[in-house]
Design a protein around this ligand. Structure first.
Ligand code: GDP
Ligand code: IMO
Ligand code: MG
Length: 423
């Protein structure tokens, strides 16, 4: 397996957490490289269900090192809470390493996220997770961000926090918005910083050492390609590079070392938040898919919008990511449907498009060109090999892979570890 990057190929929530957990059987290190606690990665082991936001999904195997890379924006208070919750559930977190270069999400970033969203007109709202992701990346690009290493000197950290707080509060006050209570927030931040200090390291060195030693390292993408700041449905995207290239800049590993790119892809499509969704089923069928797939946000609990598999968008994202193996998930959710559709091209203003246009305004006008597939109408959740799948399901999956120009590596037929097999 050696050096592998795993990414979401749609709008997130493809089942990355589950697949990472399965793959970590053979892995020495799992590394998150972008995003923050906007992510919600679910792992089900036996009767236990965990939702991870910042801690990598390799945490359930005690010998695996779990790195939070420099490309993330980390809310220290949220990370402390998440690690303490895991400890309470007897999950050992001693192998977590936090990059000294990761930028911090501060309480004023969270408020700024809400403030900006409140000022966006209907139709322009992004529907963010309200975790402060965009504003923290803004400060990083503006070169005014606070990094994890600054938590090692509490006196300086406090001074920087209070100075930034005053600047942000002036903007909030001018906009008639609530302000940050710097004294109350500092107490929480100070405690989080004290808790996290011993986990802070130059993770660029640890990642490179592992790779040099020939160990198996797995990079865990968050969100999905269609939410990538450069390649997604801008401006309805997140603020980081969610595609495989982000694994290099977000960890300090050279692209020369990456051998395999896994693309996690749902057998249909979901999106949470605002923005165009070319194959959305804004009807009873969509409601039925949401119910069958239990499509509610792992981070915010919001109902996810559901639709058919979009081969145009997914092919684009497989190309950008260089996906060579697919992990196809949630096949079982389609088990009872008599008819399935795949979108194979777009029609916009009477013109056919075989590739996804860059302009989101055009994406709102898409009329999908459908291919119809007969449903298999039997349960797949106990299948443990390709041969145990109904023939119609095999045909559907084969067509998905053909359309996105990648090979099937893994199939997932339920949320549990054992409901997975290699092809
Ligand atoms: P992630 O953000 O990509 O890690 O995905 P989420 O955890 O947000 O959402 C995926 C949801 O689907 C979780 O509730 C998983 O437990 C569940 N899940 C993952 N794979 C499968 C599968 O093959 N079938 C079913 N029915 N559920 C799955
Ligand atoms: P995982 O890793 C699905 C969406 C939000 C919003 C947009 C911007 O679990 O797949 P942000 O808070 O990042 O500024 O919000 O991105 N979004 C996700 N959607 N899964 C995620 O992560 C997401 N992380 C962000 O809903 O539309
Ligand atoms: Mg998720």
């Amino acid at each position: 397996m050696s050096v592998t990057v795993l990414v979401g190929t749609q709008w997130g929530d493809e089942g990355k957490g589950k697949i990472i957990d399965v793959l970590t059987r053979d892995v020495d290190m799992v590394v998150r490289f972008q995003g923050g606690n906007n992510a919600g990665h679910t792992v089900e082991i036996g009767n236990e269900k965990y939702v991870l936001h910042l801690v990598p999904s390799g945490i359930f195997r005690p010998e695996v090192v779990n790195v939070i890379g420099n490309g993330l924006v980390v809310d220290p208070i949220a990370l402390e809470d998440e690690m303490r919750d895991l400890e309470k559930r007897n999950v050992c977190v001693k192998n977590v390493k936090l990059s000294d270069k990761a930028h911090l999400i501060m309480p004023y970033h969270r408020l700024m996220d809400a403030f900006k969203e409140s000022r966006r007109a209907e139709g322009s709202k992004i529907g963010t997770t309200n975790r402060g992701i965009g504003p923290a990346y803004c400060d990083k690009a503006d070169r005014s961000g606070i990094r994890a290493l600054e938590m090692l000197d509490l006196e300086k950290f406090e001074a920087r926090f209070r100075a930034h707080c005053a600047e942000y509060n002036a903007v909030f006050t001018a906009g008639g918005f609530q302000t940050v209570d710097a004294d109350a927030e500092w107490i929480k931040l100070k405690n989080a910083a004290k808790y996290l200090q011993s986990y802070i390291e130059d993770t660029v060195l640890c990642v490179n050492k592992m790779v040099k030693a020939g160990k198996n390292v797995l990079f865990e993408g968050a969100q999905g390609a269609l939410l990538d700041i450069d390649h997604g449905t801008y401006p309805f995207v997140t603020s980081s590079n969610t595609t495989s290239g982000g694994a290099c800049t977000g960890t300090g590993l050279s692209p020369r070392h990456i051998e395999e790119v896994y693309g996690v892809m749902k057998a249909y499509t979901t999106r949470v938040g605002e923005g165009p969704f070319q194959t959305e089923l804004d009807n009873e069928e969509g409601v039925a898919l949401r119910k069958a797939g239990n499509e509610f946000g792992a981070t915010t609990g919001r109902p996810r919008r559901c639709g058919w598999f979009d081969a145009v968008a997914s092919r684009y994202s497989c190309m950008v990511n260089g996906v060579n193996k697919l992990a196809l998930t949630k096949l079982d959710v389609l088990d009872n449907l008599p008819l399935l559709r795949i979108c194979v091209a777009y029609e916009i203003d009477g013109k056919r498009y075989d590739e996804m246009p860059s302009n989101s305004e055009l994406l709102y006008k898409v009329k999908p060109v459908w291919e119809n597939w007969e449903g298999w109408q039997e349960s797949t959740c106990n299948a443990r090999s390709w041969d145990e799948l109904p023939e119609k399901a095999r045909k559907y999956l084969t067509r998905m892979a053909e359309l996105v120009d990648a090979q099937i590596g893994i199939i997932s037929v339920g949320p549990k570890r054992e409901q997975t097999f290699e092809v």
